[in-house]
Design a protein around this ligand. Structure first.
Ligand SMILES: O=C(O)CCC(=O)C(=O)O
Ligand SMILES: [Fe+2]
Length: 355
């Protein structure tokens, strides 16, 4: 998304540092009543899938059953034994933390505002503020395209810390393999003719974006979102959550549940694109992030999308008389283009293509 007229916003990290009183500026305060239950004590019993076992020929039935139940009930799950080395994860965590700890001027070398004015989705900064009514989120982010590799805008990849680029490259490579293996396992669950169906749908020019999100301490967590409720516009999202600070919540049966922090796991979120391709058998969950008065929080997400130039639709194998297509065919680029406008208004873009 690129647009002019972006309202300049101060990084939340600067704002948090500057606040002398226990108050937050009005644009960050959540106004609609339905969003006001900003705390939650109910921990979601989200299953942990042993990825190594899921891949084994003779011993995968139990993990596959767990995977199906996790996807059907929560739309998200954790994976252990996932093949992404602890060192690769820790390095990604460390470089992201170090990036945000640098002085503002250093981070702004990678700003998502061209000449301080024109918004681009890639780079360091905040959301584009399109209207004075927009509720702002208590987070700063660094958003980078990592795949296709030849479309990387390396000038926006931080030079400091000096191993940032290598760490992100390695993390992406390892998580990409995990993502393909999980998509194959999901194809199997749906008994598609070809286990590679979802991997093939991604296309040669599949898009992967990395999103490093930093959520500073917030003086009024009961009034402010770390990240507004949304479902991911991806096929799947691989998420490295903070290793000690929770805050991610998922909506199920009208209740917000805390997603637990389980060491050494990665979190997988079902995205809208696989909801569409699975004809609604897989559902992308609505989730949000709440803030914390005492602790900062960091996460790194890899957003996996079908090639934006391609169209997606429910797999013909999952459409029949009993279950007609539930979604219209849509060009991925168009889907992504309208995603943020809906996000800002607290709406789900997937609702616009339901038949
Ligand atoms: O920070 C998190 O845990 C979640 C981030 C998220 O939902 C997103 O980037 O789409
Ligand atoms: Fe998300």
């Amino acid at each position: 998304m690129g647009s002019t007229g972006a309202a300049r916003t101060m990084p939340v990290q600067e704002l948090a540092g500057a606040l002398g009183t226990p108050d937050v500026p009005a644009p960050y305060v959540v106004r609609t009543h339905k969003d006001q239950q900003l705390s939650s004590a109910v921990v979601a019993p989200v299953p942990v899938i042993d990825h190594g076992r899921l891949l084994q020929k003779d011993d995968s039935a139990n993990e596959a059953a767990k995977l199906r139940s996790a996807i059907e009930s929560w739309g998200l799950f954790m994976v252990s034994n996932h093949g992404v080395d602890a060192a690769v994860i820790e390095s990604m965590r460390a470089v992201s933390r170090e990036f945000f700890r640098q002085p503002l001027e250093e981070k702004q070398r990678y700003s998502n505002l061209i000449c301080g004015e024109q918004f681009q989705s890639e780079g360091y900064g905040n959301d584009w503020v399109s209207s004075p009514d927009q509720t702002r989120d208590w987070t700063d982010r660094l958003y980078l395209k990592v795949e296709p590799e030849d479309e990387r805008r390396i000038a926006l990849w931080p030079e400091h810390p000096e191993n940032f680029r290598d760490a992100l490259h390695e993390f992406t490579k390892k998580c990409g393999k995990l993502k393909d293996e999980l998509l194959r396992a999901m194809g199997k669950l749906l008994e598609l003719d070809d286990d590679d169906y979802f991997v093939d749908q991604l296309g040669e020019k599949a898009l992967t974006n990395a999103r490093c999100s930093y959520y500073p301490e917030c003086p009024r967590p009961e009034l402010v979102f770390g990240l507004k409720p949304h479902s991911d516009g991806t096929v799947v999202t691989v998420l490295m959550v903070d290793d000690s600070v929770g805050g991610l919540q998922v909506l199920k049966d009208g209740v917000w549940w805390d997603v637990p922090v389980v060491p050494q796991t990665l979190l997988i979120l079902i995205g809208d694109q696989i909801e569409i391709m699975s004809n609604g058998i897989f559902k992308s969950p609505v989730h949000r992030v709440i803030t914390n008065a005492k602790k900062e929080r960091l996460s790194v997400a890899l957003d996996y999308s079908v090639d934006p130039e391609r169209e997606i639709e429910p797999s013909p194998q999952l459409v029949n008389e009993k279950r007609p297509a539930l979604y219209r065919k849509v060009k991925v680029k168009d889907y992504i283009a309208t995603y943020y406008n809906h996000f800002f208004q607290g709406e789900m873009v997937i609702d616009t293509i339901k038949i």
